[in-house]
Ligand binder design. Structure first.
Ligand code: SF4
Ligand code: SF4
Length: 181
């Protein structure tokens, strides 16, 4: 039996890599928007968009943080586009164990683009002065699907992968005991 249909707003950021000049304004505003409190600091290492920069080869490629991946993939791909060769993993959006990007630098927890929840337009798009990033919205009818996982759930899964579920449970139990005094 076919599942229920529901309307969904599909949000897309179109990346025109030819226009990107590698200024990294998008990284700055993203990390500032997600700082606690908001705009209190900026650190591109905390950004949910990272610009692959190879100035000598004139390569600037903005990539958005996507899903958390607990394990590295078995194979790696390289792409050649217009005569420029892009390294393995260059287009990949995953926060995965094989590299440091898309991980919160202090905790190592995965980062994911949330399209600047609450804003009318993603801030990286607003701050890109050369229009390398453009925002589009469209409505689609889709099958009813499971709710998207919350950041907290993904973060806990990453911690459990790193330290083991038993260690996490023991630590939470200890913290709860010490809070009760
Ligand atoms: S703000 Fe625009 S031009 Fe600058 S690095 Fe980001 S995508 Fe590229
Ligand atoms: S849309 Fe917002 S959360 Fe996503 S990369 Fe751009 S500034 Fe960061």
């Amino acid at each position: 039996m076919a599942g229920e249909k529901k309307k969904k707003i599909v949000k897309t950021i179109k990346v025109d890599a030819d226009k990107c000049n590698g200024c990294r304004a998008c990284e700055v505003i993203c990390s500032a928007f997600h700082a606690t409190p908001k705009y209190s600091s900026n650190n591109p290492a905390r950004s949910r968009i990272r610009v692959i920069r190879e100035p000598i080869r004139d390569i600037y490629l903005p990539v958005y943080a996507g899903e958390y991946a607990p394990a590295e993939c078995m194979g790696r791909d390289k792409y050649v586009i217009d005569g420029k060769e892009y390294d393995e993993c260059a287009f990949c959006r995953a926060a995965c164990p094989s590299r440091d990007i898309f991980k919160e630098p202090d905790s190592g927890l995965p980062l994911k683009c949330d399209m600047c929840e609450g804003e009318d337009e993603p801030l990286c798009v607003k701050w890109c002065l050369v229009d390398a990033l453009t925002y589009e919205e469209r409505e689609e009818e889709v099958e009813e699907e499971a709710e998207e996982r919350e950041d907290l759930e993904i973060g806990l899964e990453a911690l459990a992968d790193k330290y083991g579920l038993d260690t996490i449970m023991e630590t939470v139990a200890k913290m709860s005991m010490s809070k009760k005094g």
